[in-house]
Design a protein around this ligand. Structure first.
Ligand SMILES: C[S@@+](CC[C@H](N)C(=O)[O-])C[C@H]1O[C@@H](n2cnc3c(N)ncnc32)[C@H](O)[C@@H]1O
Length: 256
């Protein structure tokens, strides 16, 4: 990893696919298993991004099933289309998850993976999801809780300042992971399972890519939240020896 702070934003679709293949692989597999999908069902991936999970969902529903991917970003949907062009049961729809473009009572299984932390009103999104699911449907939600982000460095205070900056300034609903079960209950779902997983990053470059260590530190410095010399030294120190960073993701599986 370069020891100089970086400001450029990676291509978002590639960023998400790389994260899904790296730190995300374990919890994604677990989420899809917990959905207990049967052949022939209709599965909704709300906020599907570049379609990291669509091929697996399509495999689970088989030839007679349908997978609906919804995202508001046409660039994401174009990548999702490329990944699923050979899969006839996959439908991609451009739309906002606050007003899901899905027929009422048509969905057997739904997942929302790291989308609610970004939307304007997470509770409204879950309330919108409820009527599009069939009675007995299973819904899986995953969101991080960024208060749990820890990065090992000798300068512990700067690591803590970095986490505070991430939760206060970078992510809209940064602590939604801990509230996910409560939000699902309020939207009318029955909460069945709650699991926390903690991806561990031992590679500084992968962590930088997924967690935006250099990018967000640069922003914190530019906004005067973290002293420039301190931030630069902290970032450079991350390449100097065994690396450790982790954060917690909360998975909630509920039924209608
Ligand atoms: C972190 S990505 C996760 C993508 C995918 N769920 C995955 O696990 O790989 C967040 C996605 O949510 C989408 N998104 C954010 N707000 C949205 C909204 N209000 N309506 C629809 N999609 C939204 C973004 O365009 C992006 O593709």
């Amino acid at each position: 990893m370069s020891t100089t702070l970086g400001v450029s934003r990676p291509d978002q679709a590639s960023y998400m696919l790389r994260a899904a293949d790296g730190a995300g692989r374990g919890y994604k597999q677990q989420l899809i298993d917990l959905l207990n999908i049967s052949p022939g069902q209709t599965v909704l991936d709300a906020g599907c991004g570049p379609g990291a999970d669509l091929p697996t969902l399509a495999e689970r529903v088989g030839e007679l099933g349908t997978v609906i991917g919804v995202d508001r970003d046409p660039v994401m949907l174009a990548r999702a289309r490329e990944r699923t062009s050979e899969l006839p049961g996959v439908e991609l729809r451009e739309g906002d998850v606050h007003t899901l473009p899905v027929d009422p009572g048509s969905v057997d299984r739904a997942k929302i993976d790291r989308v609610l932390m970004h939307v304007a009103q997470p509770g409204d999104v879950l309330a919108q999801l409820h009527p599009v699911t069939r009675p007995g449907a299973v819904v899986g939600l995953v969101e991080p809780d960024w208060d749990t982000l820890v990065v090992d460095a000798e300068d512990l205070e700067t690591s803590r300042a970095f986490t505070r900056y991430t939760t206060h300034e970078v992510v809209r609903h940064a602590t939604i992971g801990r509230s996910l079960a409560r939000l699902a209950h309020t939207a009318g779902f029955r909460v069945e399972t709650v699991v926390a997983t903690t991806p561990v990053f031992r590679d500084a470059e992968e962590a930088d890519h997924t967690l935006g260590l250099g990018r967000n530190m640069q922003q914190a410095i530019a906004e005067g939240r973290i002293d420039r010399n301190r931030g630069q030294r902290w970032f450079a120190s991350l390449s100097e020896g065994p690396f450790y960073a982790s954060f917690t993701l909360v998975t909630v599986v509920c039924s209608r």
